[in-house]
Design a protein. Structure first.
Length: 74
């Protein structure tokens, strides 16, 4: 099973779509919500990203909700 982490925010529509997609696929993931978790926000900025979603699958970083790329990595 893939190790999946998704950086998201409360107001991000693409984050919601990505989480729904992963749920439909039966993929468990760790969510790091930058709206409510200052540590997650710092982690994301240290990685060089200012926007969400950022989805990390087994160490591979995907910026945005890229369904085709997720399919490849899952």
């Amino acid at each position: 099973m893939a190790n999946v982490v998704i950086y998201s925010s409360n107001t991000c529509g693409y984050c919601k779509m990505a989480k729904e997609y992963l749920g439909e696929k039966g993929v468990s993931y760790e969510e790091k919500n930058i709206s409510t978790d200052p540590t997650a926000r710092k982690e994301l900025m240290q990685k060089g990203y200012m926007g969400v979603p950022v989805i990390i699958v087994n160490g591979e970083e995907i910026v945005g909700f890229d369904k085709a790329r997720l399919e490849q990595l899952l």
